[in-house]
Design a protein around this ligand. Sequence first.
Ligand code: CAA
Length: 384
Amino acid sequence: MQFELTEEQKMVQQLAAEFAQKELPYEKVREWDANKVFPEEVVKKLGELGFMGVAIPPEYGGAGFDTISYVLAMIEIAKYDPGTAVIMSVNNSLVCDPLNKFGTEEQKKKYLTPLASGKILGCFALSEPEAGSDAAEQRTTAVKDGNYYVLNGVKNFITNGPQADVAIVFAMTDKSKRHHGISAFIVEADTPGFKITHVEDKMGIRTSGTAEITLEDVRVPAENMLGKEGEGFKVAMVTLDGGRIGIAAQAVGIAEGAFEEAIKFAQERVAFGQNIINFQAIQWMLADMHARIEAAKLLTLKAAYLKDKGVRHTKESAVAKMYASETAVWVTNRAVQIHGGYGYIKDYKVEQLYRDAKITEIYEGTNEIQRLVIANQLRKEYQI
Ligand code: CAA
């Protein structure tokens, strides 16, 4: 077993850390968080540095690094702004990755190259008002009409939806076959009938946009089907196996960010005549926080390592996402506690990190779904 990072991985980690320190100071992020501002310039710069397609081959516009590097970069960005981190995660994991895996050469040239180089932005439109956890219950339909498919339906909670140029949209091509009747499509957001019908006002990750998208007779060229007809559910599930690694990394970053803020505060805050870091109650909290962060990080890196090896990592991604997200919520809660009343006001970054942490237990599959995925894999392993 190898616990050392390669020189390349360390370089990516350092580049992301320096970028986040410079571009995402709390004064800026606080303002964006308050006003729901999408950090357009930062996203553009992330693209220029290769962070919008970290593990995509350079011939398709990516940086050509591995998933471990992607995880390390995500952690650094999420420490400073989890909203920016999810913009990056969706583009990398939920859009570029399936295009790289299932796309034709033409699709890769036309869509993956500008997406992975950050020239355009993507979103992943699976969830619907009646199909969240039960993703196979797709109501959106795609009906063949000559060389086109005509899409109708409503997608909701779509991260990057308000800003995306391209969406991976899932729709029923044959309802009688349930999940075997779902297909995936690459849809350009300026296609007539593709409408952003609502933008959410969220508790956290407020620098990322989340939209409801309504599709009204959206005509998509047949060559824009991603994967084969009826294979859309598999495309979605395989993609989410990768996506959950990105969310686990985001959660680790949130927890690390809150931990560092808690240490800083405890070193400065004086009570009962001394810095509160001297109290064992605080030290024990920090010890527990550190142990959980380490465990979450190792689980996330293990899932990334398996993905890089091309080994199925459904269970490991679900374990990492479940554990890291619960760690993020647990650690940010304690970080606020260490700050006392100061942790409850917006002058301190932990207030934002606490709000941002919650969504990691919900999106890309709730933690109840992660437990279901883990249990299903265990049933296979142990023939239960
Ligand atoms: N890899 C490959 N194939 C898989 C798979 C995987 N990880 N998981 C399932 N499959 C295949 C199965 O092998 C099976 O194939 P066959 O029928 O050909 O044998 C098929 O898919 C159906 O599998 P299940 O019977 O397990 O499917 P299910 O209907 O019971 O659902 C589920 C499984 C795990 C609950 C799934 O619906 C799921 O993951 N739900 C959560 C959806 C989710 O994460 N949504 C988030 C959307 S993205 C987002 O959050 C917004 C954003 O923008 C960030």
